[in-house]
Design a protein around this ligand. Structure first.
Ligand code: SF4
Length: 323
């Protein structure tokens, strides 16, 4: 029998000046841990486009080191479980038997099964990486976080600069492209904000936290990408009305919701039901043509998330069953 894993724990810590040991009186760091297994392994489950590329990216990121520093537990090992997002589509192969070409009567379960089988076809589609904790990187992570705090204080005093290299980051348009384009030609951005944008309920959605003085790993990464985007997203809390975050984020969030349930209860049916519940609260609102197109896209994304969750549960079963 192993210790019960701890999941989805919110952690905070002061932002410390590594030279003086003093804490910032302005900013704190917060994050949500995916999973602590056997008390000493901090585990992060991520969906991604390509597990090899993502593994490289993870090695350069300080996210897990910051979480280790925040959680104040004797972590000795960092583990990534990377889950590739299939490119296969809900298509003619998934029509109910007897349906003619051009029909839209798709069997979503058939597509979900195809996704599940695709995941299991090649080992690189679900990958586990483990590293012993590196104390030199913990120190680097502390320095990085302090540098973020210093940069933020500088921006607040001197302004948040735009960086056009961020406009297409992560293979999608930044949601503020129309705003920045209008600003660049001297247009009335206030008018556009009132017409096309709305306030997000909380600035740190993943933590359900509305505090502009909290730094998360996501917000810090955003600051280093484009200071202006950070200002619009994490200080002003603006988002376009009826905005579709895109397939990657939608499928990632739905899969995360399923896996969150699975890691707590090791109950796959419950995990799939949790994805259905998540879908009800997160319909696709924008970004596609007709209502039928949006429904098709949503069906595809949800079935994909379920197929991926089933595959991850197969790959990483209940630890109580392991010897
Ligand atoms: S906020 Fe930054 S990343 Fe976004 S469109 Fe403007 S310049 Fe580009």
């Amino acid at each position: 029998m192993v210790d019960k894993p701890q999941t989805e724990q919110v952690v905070t810590m002061p932002v410390i000046n590594p030279k003086t040991g003093r804490a910032s009186t302005r900013h704190t760091f917060a994050g949500k841990l995916d999973l602590i297994e056997k008390k000493e392994t901090l585990s992060d489950w991520k969906t991604c486009n390509d597990t090899q590329d993502y593994a490289h990216e993870r090695l350069l990121s300080y996210q897990m080191e910051l979480y280790v520093l925040s959680c104040k537990q004797p972590i000795t090992e960092i583990q990534y479980r990377l889950i590739a997002r299939p490119g296969i589509k809900l298509c003619g192969k998934d029509l109910f038997p007897g349906e003619k070409k051009g029909s839209t009567n798709f069997d979503k379960k058939h597509y979900e099964d195809r996704v599940y089988e695709w995941m299991l076809e090649r080992p690189e589609r679900m990958v586990e990486l483990k590293h012993p904790l590196n104390h030199a990187r913990l120190a680097q992570a502390e320095e990085w976080l302090w540098a973020i705090h210093v940069r933020l204080m500088h921006c607040e005093k001197h302004g948040f600069l735009a960086n056009s290299h961020g406009c297409k980051a992560w293979f999608k348009n930044c949601p503020y492209v129309p705003l920045c384009a209008l600003n660049a030609i001297g247009g009335d951005i206030q008018d556009m904000i009132e017409r096309d944008y709305e306030k997000r309920p909380v600035v740190h959605a993943e933590l359900s936290l509305d505090d502009v003085n909290v730094i998360t790993f996501s917000s810090a990464s955003c600051l280093t990408l484009c200071e202006l985007k950070f200002d619009l997203l994490y200080r002003q809390g603006l988002k376009p009305k009826n905005y579709d975050d895109g397939e990657a984020l939608f499928v990632g969030s739905a899969t995360h919701k399923g896996l969150e349930h699975y890691k707590k209860h090791f109950d796959l049916d419950g995990a799939l039901a949790a994805i259905d519940e998540w879908e009800k609260a997160n319909p696709i609102l924008g970004g596609f043509g007709s209502h039928a197109d949006k429904q098709h896209e949503q069906d595809q994304r949800i079935a994909k998330a379920k197929g991926m969750t089933r595959a991850a549960a197969w790959k990483w079963p209940n630890p109580d069953t392991l010897t």
